[in-house]
Design a protein around this ligand. Structure first.
Ligand code: 26W
Length: 817
């Protein structure tokens, strides 16, 4: 982007005047933020237009990433960094006496996602623009994002996240591009010119209005589009005759029900509930997205034949899986194609990523609900199912059990993952171990039928947000050592390993970590009142709160350390600060109790003078992208301790590594690949392997009582949950106690406790050797390049979407992974 300092100042001051009728002296910080964002908006829109023109002119294949969630984070700073105008902007504002950092904090952090899946979508958007790939997002403009978390009396309380209340600087409303989406009603079949026409009647129409957010590539003039749909009433959608008869309430009911569709993001992560509103949301944005894609395609393409050569539609988990029957509907009912032609186009166009193996996350809808809400989509889904089952029957005559286990519609339910596999040409997992589990366990039968469809695409993160932007000092150190090429070509980070023995680099890195820890310590003090020692090990566990992610294992280990320190205050351990953050789904009782337990434990530990400040426990409320940007750069230790086989990939693990934290983790998700990248010496691996976990599930042999009775540490800790050890909370944690002991410890917390504790002892020893530790840190940073989402996107592009090979991919070691 091009702008010089004086121009920028002029535009900025002018905006303050025209937008707010104020001079600089009177303008509030928010006024100034809005004025600055208007300047940036203007600059971006020029490039945006150019990019779109270029895409139309070249006619190259466009990728559309359909996702119910985009967890974007703040954008102003990313726009400045990627646009290459951050320095200009900083200096210009400083000359006006304004601190850019202060303005940046004014931006709301749009929480349009729950966690991993939504953040991955946002990283992919950034990387697609960076590698100059024409890739756009399609999602929902929720009025309320993920709830804001407050901790009141140690407990999670949820408040609405009204992120739009002051307006959102980066969206462009496009009412002229609105489309209609239809729900309910019935289908009438008509005979018309030798073929059946399906006429949708008595439906409720909803207007889908797009809000476009620009996605700016790193110093390359590429600006892609994230299109978020908002539901509005169609003015002529309700029956004016009945309205005139006085059925005012009915008309208002319609207005109301429309507003609900894009009102709120469902706060469940890995837990599915069959709510009709959620299905409505899914169809709403999928139908709107596909309609707008096809409209655009038809501007320059006379026939639908070439659609898969010009368009790739990727579905982020099964949430947008109705894209399969919806694309079929449009191609057949609106474009007049035959079933076979429409099916060939649909399956060539759509590809699908699976993000979880947790059975409770699998989406299924009752036939009744699906059919009533989407009558034509149901008919098509049914036909897909029948054809699929017939094919299965031909392969396995008489094997009803097998067919039942694979049918898209069976026992009154519609299975969305099965629909997604059948209706797409590619199914991928998000880390090698996860893809293997899909192929060998969860989707074994499907893999047998479609071996060629399954492939792995290990997740990645955008190193521009998670290193360049959020850890500028480290970025500078790296650039000083190896040059700035790593920003466009993250695989070059590898060269940083050459500096592992360089005392000056070690020293600078140590200072950088300390200064990041100082910033975090200040934040902790301001937000929790707890003073933490910046020379202690910052041991960080941040992610959604979930039993399989095993925050409980960490808590138990802290309780054990505390118990030991009480017995022996001189115990030789490096002081530690345990930092937690994460939200629990509002209806997930055990997860909410886990948060309470962390906070209650913190209140006991933090004020205990006996333990000589060797232990501190902190829970930071309202984990978000912005908070993450402060936490990753300040971490010494990264907790990645899920039960092996359960965490599809994890991406927080990569953010820690890239910022020089050392992982303590199980061989789960992408930890396996992090382990391979850094080697045994630069990571602490412990616990059951996924094979051992599967063997226990299959053959039994695990008995939690055995561990309880034979390991005094565990017995003590578990008893402490219910024996009044936590003052006033005697019965509060009985549910946790029960969940572990009565359900035979489903996630093997007790089983892995001993090896986890041993790994921590080793870690503590290693930390004492300052030089060894900092070398480990350098090795982690240096080997994090393959976890850049640039690499991931380049693989999707080459192996799934078949889009133009982009220059940046040449250097990336795609083929190796
Ligand atoms: C229907 C409710 C629901 C909502 C969200 C079910 C499932 C989900 C997501 C698929 C859960 C999710 O975010 N999964 C995470 O995806 C990340 C990106 O691939 C992975 O890194 C995480 O391991 C995985 O838990």
């Amino acid at each position: 982007m091009l702008i010089n300092k004086e121009e920028l100042k002029k535009m900025f001051v002018n905006n303050v005047q025209t937008m707010f009728g104020k001079g600089l002296e009177e303008a509030s910080t928010n006024n100034k933020y809005m004025a600055l964002s208007r300047v940036i908006r203007d600059i971006i829109s020029k490039n945006w237009l150019e990019s779109n023109k270029r895409y139309t002119k070249t006619g190259e294949k466009q990728v559309y990433y359909f996702s119910m969630e985009f967890l974007l984070g703040r954008l102003l700073d990313m726009y400045l960094v990627n646009g290459g105008i951050k320095d200009t902007c900083q200096v210009a504002l400083a000359e006006l006496g304004i601190d850019l950092d202060e303005l940046e904090k004014q931006e709301s952090d749009p929480g349009l996602g729950n966690g991993g899946l939504g953040r991955l979508a946002a990283c992919f958007m950034e990387s697609m623009a960076a590698v100059e790939l024409p890739g756009h997002g399609c999602g929902i403009r929720y009025k309320y994002g993920l709830f804001e978390q407050k901790i009141v009396d140690n407990y999670q309380v949820e408040l609405p996240d009204n992120w739009l209340k002051d307006g959102y600087a980066w969206e462009f409303r496009k009412p002229d591009k609105a489309v209609q989406v239809r729900f309910g009603g019935s289908i009438r079949e008509e005979w018309d010119k030798g073929r059946t026409r399906f006429v949708h009647q008595d439906y409720e129409a909803v207007l889908a209005v797009p809000y476009d957010v620009p996605l700016v590539g790193y110093r390359n003039n590429t600006v892609n589009t994230l299109r978020l749909w908002s539901a509005e009433a169609v003015n002529d959608a309700f029956d004016f005759a009945s309205f005139n008869r006085g059925e005012y309430l009915q008309a208002m009911g319609y207005q109301n029900s429309v507003g609900q569709i894009s009102k709120i993001l469902y706060p469940q992560d890995d837990f599915y509930e069959g709510r009709v509103l959620r299905l409505k949301q899914q169809y709403f944005f999928v139908s709107a997205g596909l309609q707008s894609i096809i409209r655009r395609y038809k501007l320059t393409n006379p026939s639908m034949k070439k659609f898969p050569e010009k368009v790739a539609v990727h579905i982020n988990d099964t949430h947008p899986a109705v894209a399969v029957p919806e694309l079929m509907r449009i191609l057949m009912d609106e474009e007049g194609l035959s079933w076979d032609d429409a099916w060939a186009i649909t399956t060539k166009t759509i590809s699908y990523t699976n993000h979880t193996i947790m059975p409770e996350a699998l989406e299924t809808w009752t036939i009744d609900m699906y059919k009533a809400l989407l009558p034509r989509i149901y008919m098509i889904t049914n036909e897909i199912n029948e054809r699929f089952c017939r094919m299965l029957w031909d392969r396995n005559p008489g094997n009803w059990d097998k067919i039942k286990g694979m049918a898209i519609i069976v026992d009154g339910m519609v299975h969305m993952a099965r629909l997604a596999v059948v209706g797409s040409h590619s199914v991928n997992g998000v880390a090698q171990i996860h893809t293997d589990i899909l192929k060998e366990h969860i989707m074994r039968d499907f893999h047998e039928v479609y071996p060629g469809k399954f492939n792995n695409k290990t997740n990645g993160i955008t190193h521009r947000r998670w290193l360049l932007k959020s850890n500028p000092q480290l970025a500078e150190l790296i650039t000083d050592c190896i040059g700035a090429g790593w920003i466009k070509r993250p695989e070059e980070l590898e060269q940083f390993a050459d500096f592992a023995d360089d005392k000056k680099v070690q020293d600078r890195l140590r200072k950088i970590k300390l200064s990041n820890k100082k910033i975090l310590a200040k934040y902790i003090k301001e937000h929790t009142g707890v003073s933490v020692n910046i020379h202690s090990i910052f041991d960080v566990h941040i992610k959604r709160i979930h039993s399989y992610k095993r925050q409980m294992l960490n808590i138990f280990h802290i309780m054990d350390l505390y118990n030991r320190l009480k017995q022996n205050p001189d115990l030789d351990i490096t002081p530690r600060t345990y930092i937690f953050a994460g939200k629990a789904a509002p209806g997930y009782y055990i997860a909410k109790q886990t948060i309470k337990l962390i906070n209650v434990l913190a209140s006991v530990v933090n004020k205990d003078k006996d333990i000589k400040n060797k232990l501190k426990v902190v829970f930071l409320e309202n984990y978000s992208v912005s908070l993450g940007e402060m936490l990753f750069p300040a971490a010494d230790v990264s907790e990645q301790i899920s039960t092996a086989s359960k965490e599809a990939s994890g991406t927080g693990n990569m953010k820690f590594m890239m910022n020089g934290a050392i992982t303590i983790g199980t061989l789960d998700g992408a930890n396996v690949e992090i382990h391979n990248a850094v080697g045994d010496d630069n990571i602490f691996i412990f616990g059951l392997t996924s094979k051992e976990v599967f063997d226990y599930y299959l053959y039994g042999g695990y008995n939690v009582w055995h561990l309880y009775n034979n390991d005094i540490r565990l017995k003590t800790i578990l008893e402490q949950l219910v024996n009044g050890f936590f003052p006033y909370e005697r019965e509060e944690f009985r549910a946790i106690y029960q969940s572990l002991l009565s359900n035979n410890d489903e996630f093997f917390v007790l089983q892995d406790f001993d090896s986890y504790a041993k790994a921590h002892v080793e870690l503590d020893q290693r930390y004492k050797d300052k030089e060894k530790w900092i070398k480990m840190s350098i090795q982690n940073i240096a080997h994090s390049g393959i976890f850049s989402s640039d690499r991931t996107i380049c693989q999707y592009s080459k192996e799934i979407w078949h889009t133009r090979s982009v220059d940046i991919c040449k250097g990336l070691s795609c083929s190796k992974h």
